[in-house]
Design a protein around this ligand. Sequence first.
Ligand code: SAH
Ligand code: DHB
Ligand code: MG
Length: 217
Amino acid sequence: MADVDSRAGHGYATKEIFAYVNGVHAPHHEGLRFAFEAPERFGLPAIQVGPSEGKLLTLLVRLGGVKRAVEIGTLAGYSAIRIAEALPPDGHLLSLEYEPKHAEVARQSLTNAGMGGRVTVLEGAAIDTLPTLVSRGPFDAVFLDADKKSYDLYGRWAAANLRSGGLLLADNVYLFGRLLDESEESAAMRRFHEEAARAFDSVCVPTPDGLLLGIRR
Ligand code: SAH
Ligand code: DHB
Ligand code: MG
């Protein structure tokens, strides 16, 4: 039965349905298009969030009245633009990126989208950069989208540095379908889920690879 299947995780979306709803609800203006196409154009991995997940970030940031945000994993700046667009003029996003080449492309995307003044791309491994941000918090939102093996660490940092009512967002929390495997990476992602559920009022939004949403208790 269709409803039983969908409640158990079966999806109805086809590529064609995705393209249609993305075009209707999450279209790309010129700045978003440049950033979305930048990975392929500049030889970066094309692992940015999809248009609908990006637009979901925009709406959640807007709903949450987010002013100060942190993103871990900038890539070419697509999700950063999606987040920054919902910030007030005096809001700011700090986006952390390990690869200098990615950071350089992202700065170009952000400037091109008119978001250069609202986003700072910080180069380095997040594990080293995050401690330097503590004094700039507490934050209103943290978005995780970098190395999956460290989500448990990043989740702890977010719990410690978000205000009460602040938003935790995390992409790829089904771990490409490997969430229940026996690997260390899978165990770390499960720790992330379980610790997040304690510190946050949380849900795993069933996007193609799972998007965790939590409100800090
Ligand atoms: N959020 C982006 C996609 C991020 S892809 C978007 O949707 O547009 C993941 C990024 O995390 C890559 O650019 C990768 O270089 C970066 N990354 C991987 N490990 C990292 C680490 N330890 N610290 C900071 N960035 C890291
Ligand atoms: C990969 C990383 C991501 O954040 C993503 O959304 C998809 C793929 C990756 O590392 O392959
Ligand atoms: Mg991702």
